[in-house]
Design a protein around this ligand. Structure first.
Ligand code: URA
Length: 223
């Protein structure tokens, strides 16, 4: 059980985190966002420039691509809890620009404490890791995206895990054919998450229906 009562309380504590040096140069911590009871949690790597400035996850170019993919598979972003393995932006200043730098294993592991609390509060049934940093953040050890992607794996009795690529991988591709192929694979992976969520909706609806019947809540001839 989390020592935090609400996601807001957790977010306030993340804001004063000094567990690794990344807080020193970032504008602010970027906590996860979404409903507390979300059944699907999407985990990215770390905030980028736009997220660091706005304080919200996945609102920049990679986020727009993620939104498009989620809309395509019919998994509404508003129903998911969207977060990152690392809560502060890691970058290298280059003139007026801030160039993204990958978080290292130590930074991901230090930040796992926050991700674990988000998991305890949200209690998602499915966690989707977007890319290698997210895989490490969720599993606590490194795993190859190519080996893990597209397969539902039980983490524990309540939680299923699915890995796929990070959407920024798609933004870096230059060949049209590669872009098309990788987009289709990404949609395929997220489609598995969407199917999982839809199957859960049916199970929940049936459970509610049975509970209502058990409680005599359905009128004669109904159900
Ligand atoms: N990339 C991520 O991994 N997370 C964000 O929030 C934005 C870009």
């Amino acid at each position: 059980m989390s020592e935090f009562l609400t996601l807001a309380a957790l977010g306030a504590e993340e804001e004063i985190c000094t567990r690794c040096p990344l807080y020193r140069n970032a504008t602010q911590a970027v906590p996860g966002e979404g409903p507390r009871g979300a059944r699907v949690m999407l985990v990215g790597e770390q905030p980028g420039d736009a997220e660091d400035l706005s304080g919200r996850p996945f609102v920049g170019p990679a986020g727009r691509l993620l939104d498009k993919a989620l809309a395509r598979v019919g998994l509404p972003r508003e129903e998911c809890f969207v977060t990152n393995a690392v809560k502060h932006f890691k970058f290298e200043p280059r003139g007026k620009r801030r160039l993204h730098r990958k978080p290292d294993a130590g930074e991901i592991d230090a930040c796992r404490w926050w991700l674990d609390h988000e998991r305890m509060l949200v209690r998602p049934g499915l966690i989707v890791a977007l890319g290698a940093s997210a895989i490490r953040g969720v599993l606590g050890r490194s795993g190859a995206v190519a080996r893990l992607r597209g397969k539902l794996v039980d983490l524990d009795a309540q939680t299923t895990f699915l890995a796929t690529i990070h959407p920024s991988f798609l933004l870096r591709l230059t060949e049209e054919a590669d872009k098309r192929e990788q987009w289709a694979r990404f949609i395929g992976d997220l489609g598995i998450a969407a199917e999982w969520a839809r199957a859960g909706d049916i199970v929940h609806a049936e459970a509610d229906h049975l509970a209502l019947r058990g409680a005599g809540g359905l009128g004669p001839g109904l159900g």
